[in-house]
Write a protein that binds this ligand. Structure first.
Ligand code: NAP
Length: 243
């Protein structure tokens, strides 16, 4: 029987690297994206090069109706299968100091991260509980652990996802479903483009940004059967930036 993993925001950056890693682990990948169809297609090609198949699922994680419809359609097409690994990776950054932060900047970031987590996880959780096996990994951030000026929205969202990870882990542990978060520091993706890389590097003990593939290795381990005794954890991957 085929095994399936869904990666939200799988079209680019960390999400793409996670798709490839999980494909190498033997999963067929459901690649979600919001707007960048060409990049999602590129990820699908990489998944196929890694020896597995995949499907592209377009939906905005913050739009509950879109998520429910996409997952109901998938379930109808796969009546005997379920998604056993979920990586809640989709995320956006809309930085601003709070005094000038617009409602769109505040709500946009919270909706994608927190409502996105709720919408997608709820759509996939029941089959995991029924099959008594599942792995859920949520993308947090160093910002959600220690705060970052200009990121009250992003820090609130990522801090919230850490708390949600811990609460859900306790709800579903008995059913062999683990829920963990990873908290990256600075990783080389579109999200960190335009930052002052040289001065930021000087603040990182290992003196470089991390690579999406390094985050994907960690997520791959948390998604593996071998990680079954780790749940409710937040694992940092930040080159020593924050311990
Ligand atoms: P990225 O390169 O900007 O890619 C973001 C991905 O999320 C894209 O695939 C994008 O899809 C998707 N996405 C955005 N909004 C979406 C929505 N409403 N519905 C569905 N998909 C959506 O970001 P990244 O750097 O890989 O970050 C991935 C995750 O890691 C995020 O949660 C981020 O907060 C977290 N993180 C990143 C860093 C870092 O330094 N890069 C550090 C800490 C945490 P489209 O291609 O369709 O736009």
């Amino acid at each position: 029987m085929k095994k399936y993993a869904l990666v939200t925001g799988g079209s680019r950056g960390i999400g793409r690297a996670v798709c490839v890693k999980l494909a190498r682990m033997g999963y067929d990948i459901l690649i979600n994206y919001a707007s960048n169809a060409a990049e999602a297609q590129k990820t699908l090609e990489l998944v196929r090069q890694a020896g597995q198949d995949g499907e592209i699922l377009m939906f905005d994680v913050s739009n509950r109706a879109q998520v429910v419809k996409a997952m109901e359609t998938w379930e109808k097409e796969h009546p005997d299968e379920y998604v056993e690994v979920l990586v809640n990776n989709a995320g956006i950054r809309r930085d601003n100091v709070l005094v000038f932060m617009s409602e769109e900047e505040w709500n946009g970031v919270l909706n994608v991260t927190l409502s996105g987590f709720y919408n997608v996880t709820q759509a996939l959780l029941q089959p995991m509980l029924v099959h008594k096996y599942g792995r859920i990994i949520n993308l947090a951030s160093v910002s959600g652990l220690k705060g970052q000026p200009g990121q009250t929205n992003y820090a609130a969202a990522k801090g919230g996802i850490i708390a949600a990870t811990k609460a859900l882990a306790l709800e579903v542990a008995r059913k062999n479903v683990t829920v963990n978060a990873v908290a990256p520091g600075f990783i080389e993706t579109d999200m960190t483009e335009g930052l002052d890389v040289e001065s930021l590097k000087a603040t990182i003990p290992v003196r470089r940004f991390g690579k999406p593939e390094e985050v994907a290795e960690l997520i791959g381990f948390l998604a593996s059967p071998e990680a079954g005794y780790i749940t409710g954890e937040v694992v940092s991957i930040n080159g020593g930036l924050h311990t």
